[in-house]
Design a protein around this ligand. Structure first.
Ligand code: FPP
Length: 245
């Protein structure tokens, strides 16, 4: 039976057996905008607001890590105008967040190859990393120019370099994990995909090996604390066996 605690903004959030780490594929921004006769970029702006609210809610109810898929290695195929809009939303978000991270106790990390992003965005990411270093508490991870296959290939290449430099052993799971963008993070126990699609879309392929999946038709900009509660309740009812009985 799920147990609830009052006080969080949505009203009732399950408080026992909470996942430590929730991953979310923020899908449905474009359709949300289209339904309202707005440009797709308005959907992304609404999606960025949803991210803010959901991250705050996760922190309030005691989730330790939230990881969101903001921009994939495949998203470069989108029209330049849409890519630019997503990048400027990220710049705006970081510009506003940097000053508040310490006060709000929110650590921010970026997973993915950020080396090809704009100098301004890279500068903001460096500033954010420096602040995140010395604060404790809830951590939001934003996957940016991230792809699960790309991450695995990169780790394999890094290991090959170690071998070339004289490493003799083969990596175990822990060593291999330490070469992923997600090094140091626990695996997500719960993966949520709003927007009605039932696929992983190259997100956290290694890390989600034993994640519980929760799919909902709700479009990401409409996703709220109540919906997150529902996902957590569904997770709490699952029997996790990790291949055992
Ligand atoms: C998927 O919806 C969404 C994206 C590819 C972009 C997500 C980006 C943001 C929410 C903005 C920036 C984020 C932060 C963390 C501030 P879609 O466009 O594929 O939707 P559709 O399937 O309805 O077309």
């Amino acid at each position: 039976m799920a147990l609830f605690r009052r006080g969080a903004k949505a009203g009732e959030a399950p408080s026992e057996n909470l996942p430590r780490h929730i991953a979310i594929i923020m899908d449905g921004n474009g359709r949300w905008a289209k339904k309202r006769g707005l440009p797709r970029t308005a959907g992304h702006a609404a999606g960025a607001e949803t991210f803010r609210r959901v991250a705050t809610y996760c922190k309030d109810i005691g989730i330790e890590y939230l990881t969101v898929y903001a921009f994939s290695t495949e998203n470069w195929k989108r029209p330049k105008e849409e890519i630019d809009a997503i990048m400027s939303l990220l710049e705006q978000y970081l510009g506003e967040s940097i000053e508040k991270m310490e006060r709000d106790g929110i650590r921010l990390r970026f997973l993915g190859d950020t080396s090809i992003l704009s100098p301004r965005l890279r500068g903001l990411i460096r500033e954010t990393d420096a602040i995140t270093e010395h604060i404790k508490g809830f951590q939001a991870n934003v996957c940016l120019n991230y792809g699960g296959r790309d991450e695995l290939l990169r780790a394999a290449r890094l290991w090959a370099e170690k071998v070339r430099d004289g490493a003799e052993n083969t990596p175990d799971e822990a060593e291999f994990s330490s070469l992923l963008w997600s090094a140091g993070l626990p695996d997500p126990e719960l993966l949520i995909r709003p927007g009605g699609e039932l696929r992983l879309s190259n997100f956290l392929l290694w890390q989600c090996a034993y994640a519980e999946f929760y799919f909902t038709d709700t479009l990401w900009p409409d996703f709220d604390a109540r919906e997150l509660d529902r996902a957590i309740e569904a997770y709490q009812k699952r029997q996790r066996r990790f291949g055992g009985l």
